[in-house]
Each structure stands twice: as structure tokens, then as C-alpha cells.
Design a protein. Structure first.
Lengths: 115, 113
């Protein structure tokens, strides 16, 4: 009964292809995130959704399009993949408290390799 | 853009030694968190500190939030091989209801038996 599950775990694809990563959380949280971790382990937020509404949208190429069909799911679609998109993508969730101390629960990551 | 500088970037020590990891910024954070990440897994939260000067202990780990809420440290006493991993500090700015969590670049700790 994994709390935050994302699929696939590994994704190897050619430049120019379109791919999707799926994420689901069973914690009943109202906020979900996509983070990108580069080869130097730097973790940077890409998007955040609260109750299916986009609340954080960092400077991410518009080839990346998140979609939240309901508050338990947040998917990430990437068009026209580029070599620089190779990284580990993490989905996370949290419950909004209004006190700025939300605890993030992360999935185990999707390692994307663009050849 | 708020930046968190973590040091050292790499730390390789023997079992039983003590160590400290630092997390510094020129910005004020409403809260600061420490996460630990193992290979092939996502980060797992260790602690959240919210008050300037706050000290929290988690077994052999001691976390401190600076008085001005701009910096933090993680001290591990008598490190064990099981402590090996990537340690990440992450700060959340105040002033917004959905403050963005900014991560430091991480400290890779290796504890040799």
C-alpha cells in the first residue's frame, strides 16, 4: 500500500518523442507536486496542484504539461523530448495546513533517459 | 530567487565519528525541513523546524534552526553505516499560503564500517 506511487520507474526514449508519467497518492492529501532532480542531485519544483488547481508553475518549458484529473492523481506529459530532459522526476503530495510546515511525501521517482 | 547553500557537498567518514552539515541562506524562511534520500528512492522527511533558535533531536541526529531563520545545521553523533545517504535541507518562504519549498543541493554522506 504505497503512499505515493508513480509509473514508470524507468523511461528510456528517443529525442522528439512524447511521454507521460503518472502519479497517484492514497494519503488523502489535497496538494501534489512534480519535482525534477538533475544529475547533481539538485531537486527543483516544477508544478504544484491544490485540489486540482495549478498553484505553482515554475519556469518550465511549455512542452511539459501537468494534468490533475482529481486530487489523488497528478500526471506529467512531456512533448518533443530533448536530451536535457534526462533526469529523475519525483511526484510528491502533502496536506495543506496553512502553517507553512507541510510534510512532503515523495514517490520513488521516474528515471527518464532521452537518447 | 531564494537559494540554500549546503556544505559540505560530500562527506566520507568512519563509523563512530561525528559530523555536521550546514544549510545557509541570505533569505528568511518560515520553516526549514531536512530530508534523507537513499539511492533509487524519494526523499523522506526527517524533521521540520519553524522557530528561530529551535533545536530538535531525533535519536543521534540534532537539528538546529538559526535565530534569524536563515540557516540550519544537522549534527550526527557516532555515525553508523545506516546513516549513509543524501541529506537535503529545504526551506519554505513565508508570506504566501502555498510557500514554495526550495531545496539545497544536498550533502552525500558515506559512513564506512
Amino acid at each position: 500500500d504505497t503512499a505515493v506511487s508513480q509509473t514508470p520507474k524507468y523511461l528510456v526514449t528517443q529525442m522528439g518523442n512524447d511521454k507521460s508519467i503518472k502519479c497517484e497518492q492514497n494519503l488523502g492529501h489535497d496538494t501534489m507536486y512534480w519535482y525534477k532532480q538533475d544529475s547533481k542531485k539538485f531537486l527543483k519544483i516544477m508544478f504544484s496542484y491544490n485540489n486540482k488547481e495549478l498553484i505553482i508553475n515554475e519556469t518550465v518549458p511549455n512542452r511539459f504539461s501537468p494534468k490533475s484529473p482529481d486530487k489523488a492523481h497528478l500526471n506529467l506529459h512531456i512533448n518533443s523530448l530533448e536530451l536535457g530532459d534526462s533526469a529523475v522526476y519525483f511526484c510528491a503530495s502533502s496536506q495543506f495546513t496553512g502553517r507553512g510546515n507541510e510534510k512532503l511525501f515523495f514517490g520513488s521517482g521516474t528515471q527518464l533517459s532521452v537518447l | 530567487t531564494q537559494l540554500l547553500e549546503q556544505s559540505p557537498q560530500f562527506l566520507s567518514i568512519q563509523e563512530g565519528e561525528n559530523l555536521t552539515v550546514y544549510c545557509n541562506s541570505s533569505s528568511v524562511f518560515s520553516s526549514l525541513q531536512w530530508y534523507r534520500q537513499e539511492p533509487g528512492e524519494g526523499p523522506v522527511l526527517l524533521v521540520t523546524v519553524v522557530t528561530g533558535g529551535e533545536v530538535k533531536k531525533l535519536k543521534r541526529l540534532t537539528f538546529q534552526f538559526g535565530d534569524a531563520r536563515k540557516d540550519s545545521s544537522l549534527h550526527i553523533t557516532a555515525a553508523q553505516p545506516g546513516d549513509t545517504g543524501l541529506y537535503l535541507c529545504a526551506g519554505r518562504a513565508g508570506g504566501t499560503s502555498y510557500g514554495k519549498l526550495t531545496f539545497g543541493q544536498g550533502t552525500i554522506l558515506t559512513v564506512h564500517p
